[in-house]
Design a protein. Structure first.
Ligand code: FES
Length: 213
């Protein structure tokens, strides 16, 4: 809750409760990703940098791709105008939430080694990062401890982004292999020969960001 809402909840409790109730109950049919994408449009339209910085990372966390975030920003243009749109593009770029661009020579896009600030990854939750160079699973097991894996199941390459999230484990939906997300080990089937662990992607934490090595 923002400082301003906290203030209102003390000085005008009924108004604040009704306002919060409106936010909580007014939207029922939209999924989380769509709601956050729409929030991007509204934050750009009203020109609130703080709101954009708050909601754009939430859209990514809820499964929006960087292309979808860019599309949402572009949709604000008719109401927001060019200046607000360009300001928003700068902010999204700062947050590393925009798709990669080709370099001047027109060669393939450079691989962005920055997977994002640690704060984008709550502890003990698997997150899937959609990337042009291959999707990744990110699992933060402690304040400064993070494991990153290829999202391809090592059994037969199904995507574990669509696996069943079991908190500290993920289960592949195709043949139900289960992987421990802290160690990357395959823990079920426990005996079957030929089982393989998740493919580890080496990373380091640099200035609070998770960087590919
Ligand atoms: S493809 Fe994942 S368990 Fe078979």
């Amino acid at each position: 809750m923002s400082k301003a809402l906290r203030y209102l909840s003390k000085t005008r409790p009924e108004a604040a409760t009704n306002l919060m109730g409106f936010y909580k109950h007014s939207v029922q049919a939209l999924d989380e990703k769509t709601r956050f994408l729409i929030q991007i449009v509204t934050k750009i339209t009203v020109g609130t940098e703080r709101g954009l910085r708050q909601y754009a990372p939430k859209a990514l966390k809820a499964g929006a791709s960087k292309e979808e975030i860019l599309d949402a920003a572009m949709m604000a243009f008719p109401a927001a105008g060019l200046n607000k749109l360009l300001d928003a593009i700068n902010i999204l770029n700062d947050l590393n939430l925009l798709p990669e661009v080709e370099d001047e020579a027109g060669s393939a896009p450079k691989v962005n080694k920055d997977l994002g600030p640690l704060d984008l990854f709550p502890e003990k939750r698997m997150q899937c990062l959609k990337r042009p160079d291959g999707d990744l699973l990110v699992y933060r097991s402690g304040p400064e401890k993070v494991a990153v894996y290829s999202a391809k199941c090592p059994h037969s390459k199904a995507t574990l982004c669509e696996g069943t999230d079991q908190g500290d484990k993920v289960e592949c939906r195709v043949h139900n292999w289960v992987f421990d997300l802290e160690s990357g080990k395959c823990i079920d089937p426990s005996e079957q020969g030929g089982k393989r662990d998740l493919i580890v992607v080496p990373v380091a934490i640099v200035d609070g960001h998770i960087m590919l090595q």
